[in-house]
Design a protein around this ligand. Structure first.
Ligand code: BGC
Length: 480
């Protein structure tokens, strides 16, 4: 086999191992959906406030993790931080499984959340810095692929451990998270630190060694010199203060902006509430609704694969626009169907599932992978850790807002007489039409914002991107 091929295989293996962090992200956020019905019955019953806190704990932890670890990745390195995170993941999984009471469980879920928050930016950061330019998009997107696989695995594992006779079935659902954590820990020990971090710390020989293993032979020298040159330019000032300088205002805006759009198009109302939405649309019981939810998980994974195979050819901007147009249409259609619920009758549940799948497809080919990819590309090397942590922090913060306002938003826009009563339930459900129209509005705003702010980073080295901002140029002027 020729050398080039060997190198490509090596970086694919590196990306695959590191992106186990994405699997843990997806698994540990998704696992709660199937665990909640059992938790409700544990310890003699639980209030809805306690259930909300148990769910929210992971998001709170993620905000804390993303906030606190940015500087650390720039100081001790990407690799070490990921290794530490894998240990927190393992501890969090065991502690949540062992929990003897609600408070213990909430604290353990916060610990798990901290690991999710840290890994959500260190893993794409690590992969992006270790990838050769021409396949960087696909490799960083493997992180998103693992998130979607993690979500799907959690749905299946919840199904497997769900034992109606045992209210403590959730313990094993949580314990399972230990296995990917061990894989990540062991795998990362054997992986190299990124050349950009090493060269930035003056460990040039080591950096060069890693570059030789991953870059095409003809590009090694150039890549080394480019990295060195860019690092020289910002050697003096590192940290948050540097990031808020005028030169880096644009990348910062891009990172926060893309995460705003990614979350406020309502993705997690589907990921966290799909069974609820499907029951509102008319599915008879939790089981049928959960089965329909599995199809969402499957389409999410498959569409991410589609995205990975084209992201370095079609480019980031086109995918962004195609995805958002598709999502805006699907969300408006969902809103319209729920408005016409009386005319649609029983078919409402089928058009709802169909349209949610279309929506997931468009999300998974665009904003899913693009959110994490773009924030890993736009920052200069010296502050990439801090910059990405701000991107991740925004992601988790916006995620929490959407997750906690979805049902309230749905009620806000449910005019009297528009409530939905299913299966003779005593309490009616809200009509989510209004909420879907709001998310559709965000998708349209995202389109307008993106025209100006989404850079085409396809085929452009991280150093060239950095140079582009330094020259004071606009994001939509970036070209290969
Ligand atoms: C988002 C998550 C979401 C997931 C769905 C990720 O890119 O950040 O909030 O749950 O995609 O696949």
């Amino acid at each position: 086999m020729d050398r080039k091929k060997n190198k490509t295989i090596l970086v694919i293996v590196i990306a695959a191992i590191a992106s186990t962090g994405g699997l843990l992200f997806g698994f540990d956020t998704g696992v709660i959906s199937g665990a909640l019905p059992f938790l409700k019955q544990s310890w003699g019953g639980m209030s809805s406030g306690q259930q909300e806190l148990i769910t929210a704990a992971v998001l709170i932890g993620a905000v804390l993790g993303a906030f606190s670890a940015g500087r650390i990745t720039d100081i001790i390195g990407r690799k070490k931080v990921i290794i530490i995170t894998s240990l927190i993941f393992a501890a969090g999984s065991i502690l949540t499984g062992l929990a003897p009471n609600v408070t213990f469980l909430i604290v353990s879920r916060i610990i798990l959340g901290i690991a999710i928050g840290i890994s959500s930016f260190t893993v794409p950061l690590y992969i992006s810095e270790i990838s050769p330019t021409k396949i960087r998009g696909a490799l960083v997107s493997s992180f998103q692929l693992m998130i979607t696989i993690g979500i799907l695995v959690s749905y299946f594992s919840d199904l497997a451990f769900a034992d109606e006779a045992n209210p403590y079935s959730w313990r094993w659902m949580f314990y399972v998270g230990v296995f990917p954590a061990i894989i990540l820990f062991v795998g990362m020990i054997f992986l190299p630190e990124t050349p950009r971090f090493l060269i930035g710390k003056g460990r040039e020989k080591e950096g060069m060694k890693v570059l030789k293993r991953i870059e095409d032979k003809e590009r090694v020298e150039t890549a080394f010199n480019e990295i060195k040159m860019e690092i020289e330019k910002d050697r003096k000032s590192v940290g948050y203060a540097e990031l808020f300088k005028k030169t880096w205002r644009i990348p910062l805006l891009i990172a926060v902006g893309i995460m705003f759009v990614q979350q406020f198009v309502g993705i997690n109302t589907v990921i966290y509430y799909a069974p609820t939405i499907f029951i509102i649309a008319g599915f008879g019981g939790a089981k049928a609704a959960i089965t329909a939810t599995v199809s969402v998980g499957v389409v999410n994974v498959l569409s991410t694969v589609v995205s990975m195979s084209v992201i370095d050819r079609i480019g980031r901007r086109k995918l962004y626009f195609i995805g958002l147009i598709g999502m805006a249409v699907a969300l408006s259609a969902l809103g319209t169907f729920f408005l016409l619920k009386d005319n649609l009758g029983d078919s409402l549940k089928w058009v709802t599932v169909g349209t949610v799948l279309v929506y997931i497809f468009f999300f998974a080919i665009s904003l899913g992978p693009l959110g994490w990819l773009i924030i890993s590309e736009v920052f200069p090397t010296r502050v990439r850790g801090v910059g990405m942590s701000i991107g991740a922090l925004s992601n988790w913060f916006f995620n929490a807002i959407v997750a906690y306002t979805f049902l309230k938003l749905a009620w806000l826009f449910t005019a009297p007489g528009m409530e939905i009563v299913n299966n003779n339930a005593a309490i009616p459900d809200p009509n989510p039409a209004g909420a879907f129209f709001v998310y559709s509005g965000v998708a349209i705003l995202g389109l307008i914002w993106g025209l100006r702010y989404i850079p085409e980073t396809k085929g452009v080295s991280l150093e060239k991107i950095e140079e582009h901002w330094r020259a004071g140029k606009k994001p939509n002027e970036l070209k290969q």
